[in-house]
Design a protein around this ligand. Sequence first.
Ligand SMILES: [Zn+2]
Length: 260
Amino acid sequence: MPELPEVEDAARRLRAAIIGRTFVTARALHPSTGRTLTDVACQRLIGQRVISVDRRAKLQVVRFADDRVLEVHLRMTGDWDIGRHDDPAPLYERARFTCDDGTRISFVDSRAFGVLTVHDPGAFKLPLYGPEPLDADFTAAVLLKALKARRGPIKPVLLDQRVIAGLGNIYAAEALWESRIRPDTPANRIALVRVTRLRDAIRLVLSEAPSARYYEREERVEESWRVYDREGKPCLRCVAPIVRIVQAGRSTFYCRRCQR
Ligand SMILES: [Zn+2]
């Protein structure tokens, strides 16, 4: 699943390709994608010039000159495939936009869970998000304050987008392993020293060659996780077997010995 660094990378590639360009065609190519990206919505994008491409949490926001917005969620397997309009169609192409310079923007998505939505001018509202974990204003003090207000176990709290924007299930598990914190520790009981370690771990796991992890073949990706999806395998720090628990419907992996 694309996590924050992959979404950032996708937004960067999209931005480089379409800023200042005008859409000359827009079309959904799969029934699931067409549920939100309707023919009517596509028509509204044609002839529109792209002003900006932003990422907030795992959301990509494309703004057009008339203040219309294309909101994009990659979900499980979505990504951009960018090329020329006369290239052969990429695999799993679910939507296609072409620009006035011949650039082809394909939304590729093997499982077709991605969501593309067109908002009329002024209608788009960004959800309430917490700080971006890779921004300078994501300090230990900011994280401590957010955690003090939550009594629930830390792992689901880390997935709450109002606490941290864009941290997903895999990186939350990885960050807790890095900072040696048990995923069921009540969030408001973690002291500043450990919160500082957690904040540093979140930034570390998000910045460690993330795109390489995602684009490598699947088995290579799995090998690169320190704790995620390693149930029964030895902890890379203390060799105790990694255990799996389910919290708020999501799998969590951790080491019973060295995460306290
Ligand atoms: Zn361990």
